[in-house]
Design a protein around this ligand. Structure first.
Ligand code: PEP
Ligand code: MG
Length: 587
């Protein structure tokens, strides 16, 4: 008998073998999370004991909120910290905590049951109100509920911090903020029930070097805590409780994998040059200043995308100008003069920042996200731009705005930057006066209007992860439409060509920082289309250099011409595979 084979979507390569760690975050929001409805005994001692648990949890919760409020005050000032202080007040509201005690006393409900009932009830009341501000308070209520539940049984909620030894996480879902906290020396792999290939959780897994599978569905319920698991992140295959022979086969593949990686190491120190001698600019995507060091080690020519929101997701409250400045300056310093493109905060979509209290949305990827947040909550954008500008005095820093959908947005963002530049000048603070300013092309409307944008921006960076989802209307997070989500879709390719050509006509340049840029199969096509800068996870750089060394630009131009006439993603893939196989290139 073989072990249980579970097929999901492989999103971060690597083979790992380790014990399963089933992750169960605390929840207090919804019927499914209500603990079993067993009643406690009506014996006064039992009631007192249950009330004692509830009071202890409340005290722990209040203490945590107090500490967090203090921290937030230092980092972001009184106003933002007020949200946490507000939660503390809510804890003492007569319509909230006392009702929990009453349920224990009068209905003999257990402490977790009482918390869940009151939280659901109060949150529903707020949600039903005819006022957006009040509706949003439901999030606060649920937040406190989760915190209370976690405080009730600190040992039982399986957090991500209590892990010892090497494990493979098994979870319904991991948020990007869960993932950003993972220690990759302990969590060597993960498998989740839901999720898509270019979710930010998947992107983080790749940059942390964690083998990962998402969208595995309900099969994960068959995995028990402590089971031995094999995760093959390239094939999207997880084997639970493998037979010894199977495990041995994967151990051998792990060794081969390591040998393959080592054989690529020599490429790290070399520049990326095609067979016909064309130098290609290969950059790395990073999510923290610390990752810049790894980017240099892996041979990056620069940073093509600094996802700054990961910085914010790792903090208990919004980092202020000084803290941001230090992170950007550090990245610029580590890159030693190589360009660093800092993208302004792209929060929203699958990336939440609890302390920003953004409204819950039905379609977050089509909603209040990225530059839309920055233009409305301008204090956030202005603080960040000041920090970026100050860092520009310490290296080659460029800035770009995410999710631009029209010229109006770009002009507004640029005007804010100009105002902040003027402010700094007046304060006598140094910054790079000729810093390049660009936009991400992630929305079809912007790709279509690339010719107009190219008159005004310094550069484009194509974000295929979003461009694909918006062009094909296939959610990047949704495993049920993963078969549609494909950057080789002819419509996506037409948009990419439009953007690159528009930039060249105007004497500007185009980079790409979506996952397509790191795919060796896409390399001949992108080279043929004339892409100027390629930015990918640092771990992909060596393989890409090897791939480019086997390509001839003129040949690739001709290939691109042929491919742009094909009508399905499948035909495009086949054509690229045939081309690479004929040249004996690894794909
Ligand atoms: C993209 O959309 O391709 C991109 C690089 O941005 P993100 O993945 O952070 O949305
Ligand atoms: Mg994007």
């Amino acid at each position: 008998m073989k072990g249980l084979h579970i097929q999901g979507i492989g999103v971060s390569e690597g083979i790992r073998i380790a014990k399963a760690y089933v992750y169960k975050p605390a929840q207090a929001n919804g019927a499914g999370s209500t603990p079993p409805g067993e009643l406690i005994s009506d014996n006064p001692a039992a009631i007192d004991a249950e009330l004692g648990k509830l009071r202890d949890a409340k005290a722990r919760c209040a203490e945590q909120l107090e500490k967090l409020t203090e921290k937030a005050k230092e980092a972001v000032g009184e106003e933002q910290a007020g949200i946490l202080a507000g939660q503390r007040k809510l804890l003492n509201d007569p319509a909230f905590y006392p009702k929990m005690e009453a349920r224990v006393r009068e209905h003999l409900e257990s402490a977790p049951q009482a918390i869940s009932e009151v939280v659901s009830h109060v949150a529903a009341l707020f949600e039903g109100m005819n006022n957006d501000y009040m509706k949003e308070r439901a999030t606060d209520i649920r937040d406190i509920g989760s915190r209370l539940l976690a405080c009730l049984s600190p040992g039982q909620t399986r957090g991500l911090t209590g892990i010892t030894g090497q494990v493979i996480l098994v979870a319904d879902d991991l948020t990007p903020s869960d993932t950003v906290q993972l220690d990759s020396t302990q969590v060597v792999g993960f498998i989740t029930r839901t999720g898509g290939a270019t979710s930010h959780t998947a992107i983080l897994a790749r940059s942390l070097g964690i083998a990962a599978i998402v969208g595995a569905g309900d099969y994960i319920d068959a995995i028990n805590d402590g089971d031995i698991l094999v995760v093959d992140g390239s094939a999207g295959l997880c084997i639970a409780r493998p037979q010894e022979a199977e495990a041995e086969q994967y151990r051998l593949r792990m060794k081969q994998d390591l040998a393959r990686r080592q054989s690529l190491e020599e490429y790290a120190a070399r520049p990326a040059v095609t067979a016909d001698g064309v130098r290609v600019e290969l950059a790395a995507n990073i999510g923290s200043a610390a990752e810049a060091e790894n980017a240099v080690r892996q041979g990056a020519d620069g940073v093509g995308l600094f996802r700054t929101e990961f910085l914010f997701m790792n903090a208990p409250a919004m980092p202020g100008e000084e803290e941001q400045f230090r992170a950007y300056q550090e990245a610029a310093r580590m890159m030693e003069g190589r360009p660093v493109i800092i993208r302004t905060m792209d929060i929203g979509g699958d990336k939440e920042l609890p302390y920003l209290q953004l409204p819950k949305e039905t379609n977050p990827f089509l909603g209040f996200r990225a530059i839309r947040v920055g233009l409305l909550r301008q204090e956030l954008l202005r603080t960040q731009l000041r920090a970026v500008l100050r860092a520009s005095a310490f290296g080659t820093v460029k800035v770009m705005f995410p999710m631009i959908s029209g010229l109006q947005e770009w002009r507004q963002a640029k005007a804010i930057l100009t105002e902040e530049q003027a402010e700094l000048r007046q304060e006598g603070i140094r910054f790079d006066e000729s810093m390049e300013v660009g936009i991400m092309v992630e929305i079809p409307s912007t790709a279509v209007l690339a010719g107009l944008f190219a008159q005004e921006v310094d550069f484009f960076s194509i974000g295929t992860n979003d461009l694909v989802q918006y062009t094909i209307a296939a959610d990047r997070m949704n495993e049920h439409v993963a078969h549609l989500y494909d950057y080789f879709h002819p419509a996506v390719l037409q948009l990419i060509r439009t953007v690159i050509e528009a930039s060249h006509t105007a004497g500007k340049w185009t980079g790409m920082c979506g996952s397509m840029a790191g795919d060796p199969l896409a390399a001949p096509l992108l080279l043929g289309l004339g892409l100027d800068e390629w930015s990918m996870e640092a771990g992909s750089l060596s393989l890409m250099k090897k791939q480019l060394a086997g390509l001839d630009r003129q040949e690739c131009r001709e290939l691109a011409e042929r491919i742009l006439r094909l009508d399905t993603p499948q035909a495009v893939r086949q054509s690229l595979e045939a081309f690479c196989n004929a040249k004996k290139l690894g794909v």
